[in-house]
Design a protein around this ligand. Structure first.
Ligand code: UD1
Ligand code: CA
Length: 403
């Protein structure tokens, strides 16, 4: 859904190499919850209806580019001369664009669409040349500080490294999310001079706008955590924990019982029905669909694309993937079920293994089990087989063996 009357473009800065990740892979494509960091930022941008998106890439841009999806224009910043220089590289793609430009960093994956929308709304309401999100932090070290005059008007942003002792005491910080009128941005960037470290700071555009008498506006954000940037793999793990609890919270508020959120991982794209109970140490992956009143776990993996209809029980230590399980069926413990289509009211005994080897294709060959089948413990499926409805498969059977 579009948020505004004026057109909006977005610029994402992602040229940095992420030195502190100690990685050959650019920081912004490190995976968080099965998606590259920059993919999360793009999701938030797309969710508010922004379609004109420019990404500023640098380090191993070819690799990053392949993770952007469609509709993202790419510019390359050949040397890392600062955030202001990075945005300047994107300007040619915004030539003739008359709306507002949202600028975000590519390494803040917790950013929500609501926050992006809030920034745009605040900007369009204020009529300012630039609106920036700020936050109050007890420990503002490392962030740019918002410097205001006696009347409370913003006069500039000072970076931590360049701040005086007194400025370091300022607790209002720049979180790193901006909305500019395109024309004001272009003009202000032209007047930015290199900082003491040789970089062109995007944050110096604020003082430039003030000098030319343009209106600035700030929007306070309470959710500073959303702007937690990722610099190290330890940060990545911390952000992953936050994202995981956000997603689990959503499932719980939607009627799913999660016995132990600390040891449960559920992909955000999964769908889980009401009154289903998820036991500890369970992993539910991309696109899994679980019906109502199911019981899953403990120690289970529900792999990508797996479907459990209503009232299914998946006992401990079961690994299920690319399969469909009919209503009221039970998969007993220590089973490995891959590429199976299991009917309704089926019991799959403990230790059942489907070992479809290579050469059975990726999706075409399947194990098919009719309704009300009982597979006694320890059955081995060595190839694609069909088991008719109502049959009992004796304990320890080996089915589908090539003769
Ligand atoms: C920046 C802000 C600071 C703010 C903080 C919030 C500036 C000068 N400072 O500082 O006020 O409090 O974010 O986290 O903007 N990048 C490029 N090309 C460059 C430099 C950076 O694309 O030449 C990208 C990086 O890949 C990164 C983003 O810009 O995604 C931010 O750069 P970073 O160096 O992390 O800025 P901070 O020092 O954190
Ligand atoms: Ca940073």
């Amino acid at each position: 859904m579009a948020v505004s009357k004026r057109p909006i473009a977005a610029v994402i800065l992602a040229a940095g190499d992420g030195t502190r990740m100690l990685s050959r892979i650019p920081k912004v494509i490190h995976a968080l919850y099965g998606k590259p960091l920059i993919g999360h930022v793009l999701d938030a941008i797309r969710a508010v209806g922004i379609v004109k998106i420019v990404a500023v890439l640098g380090y191993r841009s070819d690799l990053v580019r392949s993770h952007l999806g469609t509709g993202v224009q790419v510019v390359i910043q050949r040397s890392l001369k600062g955030t202001g220089h990075a945005v300047a590289q994107a300007l040619p793609k915004l030539k003739g664009f008359k709306g507002d430009v949202v600028i975000l960093y590519g390494d803040t994956p917790l950013l929500t669409p609501q926050t992006v929308r809030g920034l745009i709304e605040a900007h369009q309401k204020s009529g300012a040349a630039c609106t920036l999100l700020t936050a109050q932090l007890k420990d503002p070290a490392g962030y740019g500080r918002i410097v205001r005059d006696r009347t409370g008007r913003v006069v500039r942003i000072v970076e931590d490294a360049d701040a005086t002792q007194a400025e370091r005491m300022i607790e209002e910080i720049n979180v790193g999310a901006y909305c500019f009128q395109a024309k004001a941005l272009t003009t202000a960037l032209k007047s930015v001079r290199p900082a003491p470290n040789g970089e062109y700071y995007l944050t110096d555009t604020i003082a430039a706008l003030v000098r030319t008498g343009q209106k600035l506006s700030t929007a306070p954000t309470r959710s500073v955590g959303e702007f937690m940037g990722i610099n190290t793999r330890a940060d990545l793990a911390r952000v992953q924990t936050i994202m995981r609890s956000r997603i689990l919270e959503r499932f719980m508020l939607g009627g799913v019982t999660i016995i132990d959120p600390y040891t449960t991982y559920i992909d955000g794209s999964a769908v889980i029905g009401q009154d289903t109970v998820i036991y500890p140490h369970t992993v539910i992956e991309q696109g899994a669909r679980i019906g109502k009143r199911c019981q899953v776990g403990p120690f289970c993996r529900i792999g990508p694309g797996t479907v459990l209809e209503n009232d299914v029980t998946v006992a401990n230590f079961v690994d299920l993937s690319r399969s469909r399980v009919g209503a009221q069926s039970k998969i007993l413990h220590h089973s490995y079920i891959n590429r199976a289509r299991i009917g309704k009211r089926v019991t799959v005994g403990a230790g059942t293994v489907t070992a479809l080897g290579e050469g059975h294709g990726s999706g075409g060959s399947m194990i098919r089990v009719g309704d009300r089948v009982e597979i006694e413990g320890g059955a081995l499926f060595l190839g694609p087989v069909s088991v008719r409805a109502g049959v009992v498969v004796p304990a320890g059977s080996a089915l589908g063996r090539k003769s």
